[in-house]
Design a protein around this ligand. Structure first.
Ligand code: SIN
Length: 330
């Protein structure tokens, strides 16, 4: 009888522990700095939905937007420690880990998002996904946000208008040189501080996409936006190489597929937001739009383009040439 009771108790324990296992899915934490109504915010949320649908009970995604968990300076070290598993910093924020991704910061490199996409999907772009594996960082895919505009507290029509002004930039030496070429002062600051810096007039301006300018309300504290389309703000979705390799094969494959589908969704949103958030900002009447003539735009190109030569050796001429070639439609 005692034996029977012990056997029943053991079976019960085994059942309880298998229940506990079933109730303990693998958690993937995804941390980012932007609002949810942005291409990256929507991509992260779609990724969570797809994983919930396709890997229910096995894997659970937790999304932390708006720098709630980490900002872009701290997220990659946190990821390498295993405190978070996915992040998608702007390509400008990887300078510490590789000089190759700096190609994306070269001013006036891509004529539009389609050209950036052709480069990212081509052999030179694909190779960049693994450009940081020696540091334990693996790129899983590129995601678009859009082309950057210049916002400021004074009208920027000609490059000389930026002389002496202070601009917030992302953590990028190329972007620093771009503003130094205008005889302006660049300040590397986290995204989470930009609104306050602009509002308190600690800085005069910044560069960003229509979607970030809208979702973070920069347009409410900047009198002018120059539609310069002078640079790209895209992302690299990254994970830690060891985390990724440690996933069971079937889980890694399904998570990878869900991520690719979510990126495709985010890219669609990016194209829509470049039009709709621009319109929302202009409709608000809070800021004045400066549209450049071809002649004025050429002056900005001439002022900023010397930065290319400065970084050619660090980035690699072959990578720059491949990016330029992507401007010719296939
Ligand atoms: C982001 O889009 O993730 C942030 C961009 C920035 O830091 O300006």
């Amino acid at each position: 009888m005692r034996l029977l009771i012990a056997a029943i108790a053991l079976t019960g324990m085994a059942f309880a522990s298998s229940q506990a296992l079933a109730a303990d899915p693998l958690v993937i934490k995804f941390s980012h700095v932007v609002a949810e109504n942005t291409p990256k915010g929507q991509m992260a949320n779609r990724f969570k939905e797809l994983v919930d649908e396709r890997l229910a009970g096995k894997v659970k995604v937790e999304v932390y937007p708006n720098s709630q968990l980490f900002n872009d300076d701290t997220v990659v070290p946190a990821m390498l420690l295993g405190d978070v598993h996915l992040a998608a910093p702007a390509l400008s924020k990887f300078g510490k880990y590789t000089s190759k991704l700096q190609v994306f910061d070269l001013p006036f490199l891509f004529k539009d998002l389609e050209a950036a996409e052709r480069f990212q999907k081509g052999p030179a772009g694909e190779k960049l996904l693994t450009s940081m594996t020696d540091k334990g960082i693996l790129g899983l895919g590129f995601l678009h946000n859009g082309l950057k505009q210049l916002s400021a507290s004074k009208p920027l029509v000609e490059p000389a208008d930026a002389n002496g002004l202070k601009f917030r930039i992302m953590q990028s030496d190329v972007l620093a040189s771009q503003f130094e070429a205008l005889e302006a002062t660049p300040l590397k600051k986290p995204f989470s501080e930009v609104f306050t810096l602009l509002q308190t007039k600690a800085i005069d301006g910044q560069e960003n996409t229509w979607s970030n300018i809208y979702s973070k309300k920069f347009f409410e504290v900047q009198e002018y936006i120059t539609e310069s389309n002078h640079g790209l703000l895209d992302y690299l979705v990254v994970t830690s190489d060891s985390f990724w390799k440690g996933l069971p094969d079937d889980v890694r494959s399904e998570v990878g597929k869900a991520l690719n589908d979510a990126i495709a969704h985010g890219n669609k949103i990016a194209l829509e937001k470049a039009v709709n958030d621009r319109r929302r900002i202009l409709d608000s009447g809070r800021t004045k739009l400066i549209e450049l003539t071809d002649e004025q735009r050429l002056k900005w190109v001439e002022a900023m383009k010397p930065v290319w030569k400065q970084f050619e050796d660090e980035i690699g001429k072959d990578i720059i040439d491949a990016a330029v070639a992507a401007n010719a439609s296939s």
